[in-house]
Ligand binder design. Sequence first.
Ligand SMILES: Nc1ncnc2c1ncn2[C@@H]1O[C@H](COP(=O)(O)OP(=O)(O)OP(=O)(O)O)[C@@H](O)[C@H]1O
Ligand SMILES: [Mg+2]
Length: 396
Amino acid sequence: MKCILMNKNKEILLAEYDSATGAFTQIVDVYDINYAPYILKSFYDKDDTNNNLFRTNLSNWFKGRGIPSWRDKLDLLLHRLNISAPSLLLDKAFGLSLSDQYWIKPYDLDVCYDDINFFDNDFDFTEFMEASLSKNSNRIIKENSLKTPNNTTDGMLKKAWIIDDGKRYLLKGGYKNELLQPFNEVLASEICRRLGFNHVEYTLDTYKDIVVSKCPCFITKDTELVTSYQIINDMKRHDNKEDYEEYISKLENFGIKNAREKIENMYILDYLIMNEDRHLNNFGLIRDVNTLKWLDVAPIFDNGQSLNIEYYDERELHTSFEGRLFYEVKPFDEIIKVVKDLKRIDLTKLDGIVEWFYELLHKYQSITHMSDKRIHLLCVLLNRQIKKIKKIQEKG
Ligand SMILES: Nc1ncnc2c1ncn2[C@@H]1O[C@H](COP(=O)(O)OP(=O)(O)OP(=O)(O)O)[C@@H](O)[C@H]1O
Ligand SMILES: [Mg+2]
């Protein structure tokens, strides 16, 4: 299919797209590389636009906006969607997403962004939500119900975009039989709210008898999320401490205010909840898609993989854990050293939060069947991290 890659109303390039494989097979012309996804600019050579590197990275980027091969229960989802691979979804709704403004416009089709984007135009999410989140649905989705932003969601967890009272929200479940992720998301929001960190607000919701987290879309029609993976792609690779410093310098050069403080806040949260999953696509920046101006660090999101979730053992409390700092996996006690100024944080604001979390977990116990022992251990871990960070703060 001949199509134009668009960024909202701007034409980026003209290309041949192969729906069956989800790949761009030829680049015919590049109109405006500035409006291209940030990661592609470093692969662009204006004298050789169809070079394999640029084209391959364009295809990789486009596929990366879709449902990944490691999505929890992908086989079941594909069965319910009646398709054989997630890449087949990529162009079902022009490739539109709720995390950025890119889309592919068939060359011969007279269609404009205002009429199709999912920020303004409602979509039918009920069937996809059932296909994605339901434990025991036999329903096969109708072709027409595939015109949703759910075709372009990244990440390992089962999830669905929904509309509630006119607003767009992302629902996320737990991984396999694990139920803790939604609670960790809500705990992270509570910590951020108390400490004044800019964050995405997650609440709990239930879908059928499953507890899910629910958060509003933090992107608007005028913005896009550019993940750190894209931002550091053109940086020279050093050891991690230097990657971290260079990343902050880059953000400061982009004109982002209090960049260091905002990144530190994220690592403080990760320390408190022992978030194992701060990979490079779980934080980033917000860019204005009209002016291409960098606006801010993205609010802190995706904090569910925390509190010893992967290594839970009813018989013993594991206390030595590792998180992520750019390309490296390191003990949390090492990562927290990147924070230069911990004194600015009023940790007394966390007083009572362990009891708050304890009550929250108990409140949903009739649905989650989480054991008293596990709730106890989760609270011990949280309490332990709070005490430890207070000590680090005292030592200065
Ligand atoms: N509230 C939101 N508004 C807009 N886009 C979002 C929002 N939350 C998540 N996203 C986008 O959806 C992607 C997947 O979401 P998220 O990272 O929460 O899922 P996940 O399955 O937990 O991911 P992972 O594989 O990192 O565990 C994010 O990388 C981001 O691009
Ligand atoms: Mg994620």
